[in-house]
Design a protein around this ligand. Structure first.
Ligand code: SAM
Length: 230
């Protein structure tokens, strides 16, 4: 089965439960705020969210005057997004982010929150996104911080990049794990410029969690790449 269909199957089964978990997760809510701030002002800008889930991450953009398109592999997520946010006039479509149907240089901003890790060939994805980003556009890519694997799994080999299965909030999902060096190399090779790299701090108003004797609040939650086409 190709990777798009695999992601579709996975998230069609878990759409409702994932959306519920994601929309209540303080770290992820903070990620969305950060991503929004990194792209402001957004008025009259055309913004694409890839792997948009139930569309909640698109709301602040739309409410602040952006024209928003959200794409996702899961038709369940796309129906959910259309139903939930019909009054905001956003466009939600089932589409593969590695092979979109958008014209060259369509978007002022592209966001990817925890969604780019479902393809082994990241270069093809980055080149496609670069193609549809305007030359002065900005792309924000958020991935789980690689250090989180070391927290969750005792003796995890930092350099063991590739396909991994992972349980988050008691549900198992797969994704391609990559080291920081790999992300850097693949992004540079695609011709995108790395404008900023942020390490998102965990939210400290949550009860501190200790996993494998490691206090999670001492480590970053995600890596946020701010990329530019030229
Ligand atoms: C971990 S979820 C993140 C959802 C949302 N961005 C959030 O943070 O709540 C990953 C999303 O990427 C989508 N996805 C995975 N592969 C995809 C692909 N090839 N094209 C479009 N969406 C994809 C999945 O369907 C899923 O909605």
């Amino acid at each position: 089965m190709d990777e798009f269909k695999q992601a579709q199957q996975l998230y069609d089964q878990q759409a409702l439960c994932y959306a519920e978990q994601a929309n209540a997760n303080k770290n992820l809510l903070e990620t969305r705020k950060l991503v929004y701030r990194l792209l402001t002002p957004v008025t009259n800008k055309k913004i694409l969210s890839i792997g948009c889930g139930d569309g909640t991450e698109c709301v602040s953009f739309s409410k602040n005057g952006a024209e928003v398109v959200g794409i996702d592999s899961s038709s369940e997520f796309i129906s959910l997004a259309k139903n939930k946010y019909s009054e905001l006039g956003m466009d939600f479509l089932v589409m593969d982010y590695a092979e979109t149907s958008f014209e060259n240089m369509t978007f002022d901003g592209i966001i990817s929150i925890m969604s780019i890790m479902y393809k082994e060939d990241l270069t093809t994805v980055l080149l496609e996104l670069k193609r549809i980003l305007k030359p002065d556009g900005t792309m924000i890519v958020v991935v789980p911080h690689p250090i989180r694997k070391m927290i969750k799994y005792a003796n995890f080999d930092y350099f063991a990049s590739g396909l991994h299965y992972e349980t988050w909030e008691e549900v198992t999902r797969y994704n391609y794990y990559r080291t920081l060096e790999e992300y850097f190399r693949l992004i540079k090779a695609s011709g995108l410029n790395i404008e900023k790299l942020l390490e998102q701090k965990p939210q400290l108003d949550e009860p501190y969690q200790v996993t494998n004797n490691v206090s999670e609040h001492l480590y970053p939650h995600s890596l946020i790449f701010v990329l530019q086409a030229a």
